[in-house]
Design a protein around this ligand. Structure first.
Ligand code: BGC
Length: 829
């Protein structure tokens, strides 16, 4: 639709009609308006999958590798394909607007949503995000660049005021959003936090640079519940308040328009943008023909499996008789697959991004299947079961009415009479059915413990709560809501616990109830944890499995208690004695291969005591198949780190997530990630960009042009030789440095990258395009992009810490500039 046609539709609506469209109709839908041919738009979270409109474990979704894993592939083609997969899932679920990608940065590894962001480097984040956006939108679904901007940690995220200098804001934190706009993104989500005093849903940054200099013509949607004022946010370039129907806009906004506090023209611009978005996704005018998938399910799984291998990073590969990986399947008789995450991997992080997989292939299952029946596979978790209650499911709990695995959920009226009953697969009921007159949610299960001892039972949620076991009340109380954070209120509410002795094999009827008092959120959870196990026995079992095996794969990782939206991590250490497990197992078997299953960095104090070390992130549902491909050499571990891994937490140069008197100061400026490590005193365990693959490479030649092109870009050619024994893919990275400079700069910064493939002995030439922006800096005096003429050092290599080739390039002041500013080149825009 043309702008004139959109304007005519806007003009046909009165102020009340316009205001109505600007707040959501429900949790995930916008309002429709038949008078202009607008149907409601359906939104849903990403970025690891598309949950759809309901939060229900029976509505399953494909689970992609975490964004950290995707960025680790350094492969824009793959990122675009993943975007296409998300679009597919969105259309399958009737979703028009995907609330992804997350373009915040790995400022600190403690960030609770680290797994959900791509990288510590703005360029890698920008390129991966832009590729995902292209893939999603090519499928006719809107992508959402979120959370605009500087929402890089979770502590006090609704109120924290991030104090960040203009140069760092432009060069680091805004850069991925600018690239998203260049890629044509249709929606941008304003964040909860403040930046330099202004809350982001009313921030001047929405107007300038987002809609002004960058030319963003889509919709600025609020983060969920982030529109908390009427006039201030409506006057700002905030377009749509989600969710609804309650919001600080609605009637209050209409009143503000009537008194002139908010101009009606401000509404017009917002509505025009909303209609443009609707037109883009096919929600305006004649209904689009029904969409049917054409690609078979097996293709999608194969793509996910390929993505697991592509993002897995091999950071160390030694062994008693040469590199232990890949394993030679022909020489394996007994393989031990050890560790708490071997049979129960974490395939995704926690929070609004969570989706429900139809299946999960664990490392244990993937390795078993790949090795076939002739190889014996031993398994030992190596640490006792977690002491943290997990929602009831599977073998532990049955529906007392039907006997099926799972729980019975009932909605009761004020007198306790049943209004509705349904079978659910999990004791975590995030959104109970909506039934008029419901006063209580009840979750009922027949619990049959596998071990005798002191069990912990828990109920999650706010408001009046009770828990009864075989008719005896073991927990009761009124638990006041203590936060406005939607994730804590509606998704992962706190647990209240009771401990009691239970006997193995005996059946117990467990009934949790929560009163549906106003303002207490929607989630109710019934969870349990087994009695404490014996760490020494678990360790001994793992050690004896390792001793009995020809090969050992040890899978360690974080637990559901960390790496989740709504809170930051307190520690980078592996929990539950896993460091001791690694040491004991690698002591028992010299060729132990360790896989780390976490969304972001963990401390690896034993990293040089194990033969091989793989970083597998949160790999999504096909985890085990992708891992088996890597272990057995069917696929090369393609990943290169998108974030620097420390040896220990105390070495990390930028760590803080906790605001001081409401403010979180980004005093490190431009220097996050490898840029900070390069200025610090300690060396990291593994640099940004590091990753070995299964062959070795020699960096032979670097060619840089004499001068840059008229558009300010240039091409670098890097010749590499495959010096190893198998074909491989190398990610050639190019960094710039400016040894003598008059402006603040990183020690060096990523300027471009390109991947090449070569067979053993062959050379390949990587052609790396360096965009003009890589030579520019943001001038805080001129408030614009500038180029400092003179010499830049071009470095090429395999990580921010391993750059064997260097060359110089001279950047002249462009002719049109020479007459103007002398030392700095002004770039309009
Ligand atoms: C998160 C967003 C998410 C929204 C809707 C918020 O709490 O910060 O990333 O899209 O909820 O679930």
């Amino acid at each position: 639709m043309t702008d004139e046609e959109l304007d005519a539709l806007v003009a046909s609506l009165g102020p009340a009609g316009k205001v109505r469209l600007l707040t959501g109709a429900s949790g995930w839908r916008t309002q429709g308006e038949p008078a202009v041919g607008l149907r409601p738009l359906v939104t849903s979270d990403g970025p690891v999958g598309v949950r759809g409109e309901s939060w229900d474990e029976r509505e399953t979704s494909l689970v992609l590798p975490s964004p950290t894993a995707l960025a680790a592939a350094w492969d824009e083609q793959l990122a675009q394909e993943m975007g296409g997969l998300l679009a597919f899932e969105a259309r399958r679920k009737g979703v028009d607007v995907l609330l992804a990608p997350t373009l915040n940065l790995h400022r600190t590894p403690l960030g609770g949503r680290h797994f959900e962001c791509y990288a510590e480097d703005p360029l890698l984040t920008a390129r991966t995000g832009a590729a995902v956006i292209r893939g999603v939108q090519e499928g006719g679904v809107a992508a959402t660049a979120k959370h605009f901007v500087a929402n890089d940690a979770e502590t006090d995220r609704l109120t924290v005021d991030v104090r960040v200098g203009e140069q760092a804001l432009r060069e680091v934190y805004l850069a991925p959003f600018e690239a998203a706009v260049d890629a044509g993104v249709w929606v941008v989500m304003s964040a909860y936090n403040r930046v330099n005093g202004a809350t982001m849903s009313a921030s001047p940054l929405l107007a300038e640079p987002l809609k002004g200099a960058w030319g963003f013509d889509g919709v600025v949607v609020s983060d969920w519940g982030a529109v908390r004022s009427t006039v201030e946010t409506a006057r700002a370039a905030q377009d749509l308040a989600m969710p609804g129907p309650e919001s600080a806009w609605g009637d209050a906004l209409l009143a503000a328009v009537r008194t002139g506090a908010v101009a009606e023209s401000a509404l017009d611009d917002k509505v025009r943008r909303l209609l443009r978005l609707a037109d883009r996704v096919g929600a305006l005018g004649a209904p689009a023909p029904r969409w049917r998938p054409v690609v078979p399910e097996s293709h999608r799984r194969a793509l996910l499996r390929r993505a697991v291998a592509a993002g897995t990073v091999l950071v160390r590969n030694t062994g008693s008789a040469g590199p232990v990986l890949p394993l030679d399947p022909g020489r394996l008789r007994t393989v031990a697959v050890i560790g708490p995450r071997a049979a129960e991997p974490r395939i995704q992080g926690g929070g609004s991004a969570e989706v429900f997989p139809a299946r999960t292939v664990s490392p244990l299952a993937g390795i078993r299947q790949a090795l076939g029946p002739d190889v014996r596979v031993l398994h030992a978790p190596g640490v006792p079961p977690e002491r943290r209650p997990v929602p009831l499911s599977g073998a532990l709990a049955r529906n007392p009415m039907s006997g099926q695995q799972g729980v019975l959920v009932r909605l009761l009226d004020a007198e306790g009479a049943e209004l509705h009953a349904e079978h659910r697969l999990s004791g975590r009921i995030v959104e109970p059915a909506r039934v008029d007159g419901a006063a209580t949610v009840e979750i009922r299960a027949l619990l049959r413990p596998g071990v005798t001892g002191e069990w912990t039972l828990a109920v999650g949620g706010f408001g009046p709560i009770s828990l009864a076991v075989d008719g005896r009340t073991v927990l009761a109380g009124e638990f006041a809501r203590d936060t406005d954070d939607p994730t804590r209120v509606h998704v992962s509410p706190p647990y209240r616990r009771a401990t009691l002795p239970l006997t193995a094999g005996q059946g117990y009827e467990v009934v949790a109830r929560r009163g549906l008092a106003p303002d207490t959120g929607v989630a109710t959870v019934l969870a349990a944890a087994p009695p404490p196990g014996c760490p020494a026995a678990a360790l001994a079992e793992a050690v004896s499995a390792a001793r009995a095996a020809d090969a050992v794969v040890l899978v360690v990782g974080t637990t559901e208690a960390t790496e989740s939206e709504g809170s930051d991590r307190g520690s980078l250490s592996l929990p539950d004695g896993q460091d001791a497990l690694v040491r004991a197992v690698s002591g028992a078997h010299p060729d132990t291969v360790v896989l780390v299953n976490s969304g972001g960095p963990v401390a690896l104090p034993w990293r040089e005591e194990v033969a091989a070390l793989l970083i597998g992130w949160f790999p999504g549902q096909e985890a085990g198949h992708g891992l088996a491909d890597v272990l057995l050499g069917r696929a090369e571990p393609g990943g290169r780190l998108p974030t620097t891994w420390p040896v220990r937490q105390s070495d990390v140069p930028v760590l803080d997530t906790v605001p001081d008197r409401g403010a979180l100061r980004y005093d490190e400026g431009l220097h996050i990630g490898y840029r900070a490590w390069l200025r610090g005193r300690s060396a990291p365990a593994y640099w940004f960009g590091h990753g070995l693959g299964y062959t070795s490479w020699q960096y032979e030649r670097l060619d840089v042009p004499r001068s840059v092109a008229a558009d300010g870009s240039f091409e670098v050619r890097v010749q590499v030789r495959n010096t190893g024994g198998r074909e491989g893919r190398e990610v050639v990275q190019v960094y710039l440095a400016r040894p003598e400079t008059t402006v603040e700069r990183p020690a060096r910064w990523l300027a471009g990258h390109a991947a090449v493939r070569a067979r053993p002995g062959e050379t390949a030439e990587a052609v790396v395009r360096v965009d003009r922006r890589a030579l520019e800096h943001w001038s805080v005096t001129g408030h614009g992009w500038r180029t400092e003429p003179g010499g830049f050092t071009v470095c090429a290599g395999r990580s921010a810490g391993d750059l064997p080739l260097t060359a110089e390039i001279r950047v002249p002041a462009p002719a049109w500039q020479a007459a103007g500013e002398r030392s700095e080149t002004v770039t309009p825009r």
